[in-house]
Design a protein around this ligand. Sequence first.
Ligand code: SF4
Length: 784
Amino acid sequence: MPEEPKKTSERSKPTWEVPLEDPKELKIDEPSTLAGGVPAIISSLKHTTHEMGIIRGGQALLKVNQKGGFDCPGCGWPDPDDERAITEFCENGVKAVAHEATKKVITKDFFKHWSIEAIGQQSDYWLGQQGRLTHPMFKEEGSTHYRPIAWEEAFTKMATHLNALEDPNEAILYTSGRTSNEAAFLYQLFARLYGTNNLPDSSNMCHESSSVALKEVIGIGKATVTLDDFQHADAIFILGQNPGTNHPRMLATLQKAAGRGCNIVSINPLPEAGTTRFIHPQEFTTWLGQGTPLATLFLPVKINGDVALLKGIMKELLEREDQQPGTILDTTFIQQHTDGFENFAAALRQVSWDDIVEGSGIPWEDIHKAVDIVINAKTIICTWAMGMTQHKNAVANMQEIINFLLLRGNIGRTGAGACPVRGHSNVQGDRTMGITENPAPEFLDRLGEVFNFQPPTRQGHDAVRGIKAMHEGRAKVFIALGGNFLSATPDTCYTAEAISRCRLTVHISTKLNRAHLVTGNEALILPAMGRTDQDRQSGNLQYVTTENTMVVVQTSQGQLEPVSPDIKSEVNIVGNLAKATFAQRVGPGQHIKWDTLMGNYDEIRRLISQVVPGFEDYTARVKQPGGFYLPNPIRDDRNFLTSTGKANFTVHPLPNIPLQPGQLLMMTIRSHDQYNTTIYGLNDRYRGVKAGRRIVLMNQMDADERKLAKGDLVDIVSHHEGHTRKAAQFTVIPYPILRTCVATYFPEANVLIPIDSVADKSNTPTSKSVVVTVHPSSGHSRHP
Ligand code: SF4
């Protein structure tokens, strides 16, 4: 049992705020240009032994991403279709597994000793280090502590609160991207039987913009490529993505591609070790070498300079086509499969080279190097992540990528296409299962037919709208199926106020996180099984299913004995919540055999196959080793299911975020010891940061101009529509990033992201383009 914390000056800080850290602990080294290798092995071993021990660790890791094993709880990167290695995981996959499969547990006594306020004074890293939650806990109105509660009582409380609401739309049912297909399907069914589409999810904060953008222009909101396509691509463009930290197994794919001569172009404001050089940790013979160079060309764009850069590349392609007609563009593809080319080309010809160079930050000569790579590539894949999706013009960003691919017919054929890389292992599957605030009418019709009820058609709240509804008193019950809502969302102070105005907040979680510390009048923490846990229902072992970023649906069966008999599976928790809620009222939901569904997940899959297209004969097909591919009309038939029946070229203005003198554009990023909101450690090996997280990466000239030196402490103030927000005490690190651009880690900097600053059409918070100023901190001291 950890000791009660000493009283410090930080004790008066609100529990929602990530506590400040001692800047003297921070060490700053040179950034690395080499990913993987021996340091990745050492880090993996450290996390394995520290959290799981060798035996439990070996038991878990040998089953991760294996056919018949469990799906890594980390990112959505796919597994090979054919033979798999014994060690089919990366360093950050090990961290994710170790974090979940830890032997450490939080007992009931923990919450007796620690008040919520006292826990809130600890760092996010400390919270995660306390171990797995093992018992349902309840906080009464006015209480300072959580206390144990029986499961039945917890379900009754939730049901009573839900049934007391005047309108079902006063409830918000959030889902994190780890939730299985089965739990997600049941959860959305429960929500709609209850009467609401208020189903925000973690996708609202990340790839919502990709889904919206792709649906409009190519007809589906998912990747059009398979893993195998990467081995047939002549060029791979990686935009706004740091695969070395966020999808590390992608580096092995890139290494293989680079080895056969594929050109890799990295477009990113920061140089990242993961796209520079890579030593595959599982290739022992290469450990002492220099590694494989990955990116042939690195284009360090300004933050949000991607549209300008893509316009530059495409403008040059148009100009070369004009000079040598019929040799540069795929005119046959454009004529047969696309719409809107003439408008697109006319608009592009109007854009000046000066604006392109100014907007992108990339000199004309380097844009030409990219164009040469494009022209020499018969097949191109574009991959991207949050660097593209979290801007006001995020939807335009992805549609510009599609314009780029369409020009040379680089979509719907082997070795070519679009690949948004999802950051959480089943965030895509949850959407497929109906977790969305804005369901398609066809989906609701099928759901209504199969379950014999009239689903609600009113659009629900996404994450940002849900926060506003709670803040304004229009939503009163908040239930989170997984995740760390408070730390994943923007404007932390506003969000915390919103949550604390609820009558009841519920978190279904594997581990303690900051979201548990900001509560409604009453609050529940319900301990859930993770991917690694054996899930036995009615005496039989169950498995769940997930969908990876390249639309493969596969099984996931936990292998470890759960750390407590008192934790339940997410399916079981959702089923019991539904059962308790509908037992208290008359109406839809009562006729469903919730016990049967909880007792045998095949029964849930049988219902999914009746509602969701592509899941016919679900259980039999998913049990085939490796699972099955969902239909993908573009990859399969070059069939674009858009309003025009073709792939649509679109026209977008150059983004312009005006900066006043002294202002900078900030993006939030992850450290290498972090996965989404989970903090595994305080180091960022690749960027040379040790023992600290409150740092700001800044161009040396911007630092000089402000008379700041490496190690100085600054407060960061964001500016939006006349309002300011402040985050204190960040250490300045001069870094190779273009002028006027800065980077900070989230969730520490989330407090700066205005709730009203969202992407057009997708409503995703603009976490990658926040206008800020930096000011010497009141505790302004130079780092030793
Ligand atoms: S690449 Fe992603 S899915 Fe694969 S092991 Fe690493 S974290 Fe897990």
